[in-house]
Design a protein around this ligand. Structure first.
Ligand code: G3I
Length: 363
């Protein structure tokens, strides 16, 4: 006799059963459950300052997520403000939060032009590649056996910088030359041969000039990395979408196909859906956010090379788009960009995610 039959056999079972059966259905219909039923991963980003204070956030992570990515703590400037004095206590807390909630951890980011320690520019100028070798080696060795999926290089493309191949004019490009990207993947593989090394990028989804240019540049970079034999596993497509910017399903689908044709896997690594341009009612805004989620996820999850997705947080309450330093709406309401609202009620975005996992082809 299974749980449902047992409940049905109890006196007054109808009322008793409903909440438990409903609870049973809630447990079954979790984002991680629906994703894993199709061989997909679902997770989200978190920062210590959020999980420290919010038991509901921790519980929602535990129920809904199979993975977590540090939103802030694993960035170079947080770990090694003073050269040679590495302090992993902040990212270690995310890793222990993950293990206590049985979550996988994504490493993010090993090499990024932002949040660098102040000393890095000068050190690169005088010592060159040694600087990134020491950082990548120490970071990946520290997390060996705890983190498999890594954003090894983050956001190295910026067409507006006018550099050859639309590379970002970063301290790394200036001091190490364009092959620093391939070298980062080689150094990472030497540090931990067991990782899945991703190149992670934003602005690859909308059907407008900036994203069209970025898609072309990223494809060119990935093809070059493959021709150089760089040990790259996949492309991280961040997924910071904006309602009101154009999205063409067939354009995005062919981009995914071209990435997969290079022999690469794909993760949607930082999904959120910015509604700053919308002036409608809350429920209409939520409907439009969910509609864009459905359009985007239908294409993304139809591509077998896509192995899963992480949203850049769970609740609007903690989104970077609502942080004090990044207020994206001027009408006093929150940007409703994530699956849960500030009270952790599921929004239409949540159901769009659930339905997309439900409709996705099994891996
Ligand atoms: O927590 C400290 C606080 O103690 C301190 O008083 C305060 C002083 O400014 O800073 C707080 O840290 C902030 C941190 O977010 C908290 O999570 C930093 O100022 C702020 O710069 C940092 O912003 C993060 C940003 O990356 C820069 O690292 C955002 O939360 C994070 O969402 C954003 O994430 C990036 C991805 O890593 C890469 N892709 C784009 C994405 C959005 O920009």
């Amino acid at each position: 006799m299974n749980r449902r039959q047992l409940l049905a056999a109890l006196p007054g079972a109808a009322m008793t059963a409903l909440p438990l059966v409903a609870e049973a259905q809630t447990v079954e219909r979790t984002l991680k459950g629906l994703a894993s039923a199709k061989g997909l991963l679902y997770g989200a980003a978190v920062a210590n300052w959020q999980s420290d204070r919010d038991a509901l956030l921790r519980r929602t992570f535990s129920r809904q997520c199979a993975a977590v990515v540090p939103e802030w703590e694993m960035k170079w400037g947080i770990i090694e403000g003073t050269r040679g004095q590495r302090n992993y206590s902040a990212p270690d807390r995310i890793v222990s939060f993950a293990s206590s909630h049985r979550l996988a951890v994504r490493g993010h980011p090993a090499i990024w032009h932002r949040n660098l320690p102040r000393w890095v520019d000068g050190a690169l100028k005088t010592e060159g590649e040694t600087v990134i070798v020491e950082h990548i080696r120490d970071l990946l060795t520290h997390y060996k056996g705890k983190i498999t999926s890594w954003d090894i290089v983050n956001e190295a493309i910026e067409p507006k910088d006018g550099q050859p191949d639309s590379l970002r004019n970063s301290v790394f490009l200036r001091h190490l030359g364009p092959d620093y990207i391939a070298r980062c993947f080689e150094i990472a593989a030497q540090a931990d041969p067991g990782i899945q090394a991703f190149y992670n990028e934003y602005g690859l989804y909308h059907n407008d000039a900036p994203d069209t240019a970025r898609r072309a540049a990223v494809l060119k970079l990935l093809a070059k990395l493959k021709s150089q034999g760089a040990p790259i596993y996949g492309l991280g497509i961040q997924g910071h979408l904006t309602v009101g910017r154009p999205f063409n399903p067939s354009t995005f689908a062919s981009f995914l196909r071209e990435v997969a044709a290079l022999g690469l896997k794909i993760m949607i690594t930082e999904l959120d859906i910015d509604d700053r341009r919308l002036t409608q009612t809350i429920s209409e805004r939520d409907r439009l956010v969910a509609e864009m989620a459905t359009q985007f996820l239908t294409v993304a999850l139809d591509e077998r090379a896509v192995e899963g997705l992480l949203t850049w947080g769970l609740s609007d309450k903690y989104s970077w788009l609502n942080s004090t330093t990044n207020q994206t709406r001027t009408d006093g309401t929150m940007n409703r960009c994530l699956p849960y609202d500030e009270k952790f009620d599921r929004k239409p975005f949540w159901f769009a995610l659930a339905d997309a996992f439900n409709r996705a082809p099994r891996r």
